[in-house]
Design a protein around this ligand. Sequence first.
Ligand code: MTE
Length: 325
Amino acid sequence: MANVHLKKGWHLPDRAATPEHVFYNRRQFLATMGFTAAGTAGLLYGNAQAATGRSLQDTITGLRPLDAERNPAFKVDSPLTPAAVAGKYNNFYEFSRHKDDVWVLAEKLTTEPWSLEVSGLVAKPRTFDVNELIRAMPLEERVYRFRCVEAWSMVVPWVGFPFRELLKAVAPTSQAKYVKMTTFMRPAEAPRQGLKPWFGPGEPWPFTEGLTMAEAMNELTLICVGLYGQILPKQHGAPIRVIAPWKYGYKSIKSIVKIELTAQQPPTFWNILGPSEYGFVSNVNPKVPHPRWSQAFERDIGTRERKPTLLYNGYEAYVGNLYKA
Ligand code: MTE
């Protein structure tokens, strides 16, 4: 891919801009959070939100202007999808099966306070207050292509931190092979979770997804807390979601409350509903059609252009080695 470079300079600007005493305070903050210096050295090079008392919105604003120069590794050759288009075309089945009303219906979701449990095959299981977790993590802004299994796509500037920083903080054991992720379960706020099926077992709420440990540790995999320079809006999965840009969009689970490290491949929402249509791996691949439609092309929801789909959504340089036999 001509537009993917492996230059990894994105920590440097924040580090260079952070005075010594702020790092010192930040170390203290991380220590009180229970992060050890050895396990989370990368955290020290992130934003200085925790030490300075800056609000999350100020920190996110501070990541701008858009990172084309600061973060060239993830430059994308297509134009950004307008925020208003992406924000009114959402899949969030807890609220609706339609894309155009999720942004209204998801307003019912209470996102404050919010806890994230990280448990299973880890030496240091933790339940984080999400605001404190976000303050301790090195936020950055990355523009990624995003490809839904339904053959539409968009280009979005996400704000988040690498999934692997969170994993390092809980010290996975050597038995951990998979990451199981779970969305909230609140039928009073998300009405489709309370629907009684006409027949059969119905939808397997809460929504779950999974990655291998190697996929979760890959540098592309982000835990997102914002987009377009703003705190993550509810329709996009506030307050905390995953983005794995080389996989079909349903792997990018929204509004997560639990991450469990497991030895066995976990069951997942769409795989339970349609195992022959929605596999566990679900990498974007133009040569592997969905049983009911081709995956060779996609429609960009911003430009409305029909364009060829790229293997691993254009991220082969980063993830191709994960899938070599
Ligand atoms: N996460 C949950 N909890 N529930 C969902 O229905 N839909 C997935 C994914 N994450 C979904 C989810 C699908 S199919 C897609 S394409 C993306 O979210 C859409 O993300 P967006 O609305 O932010 O564009």
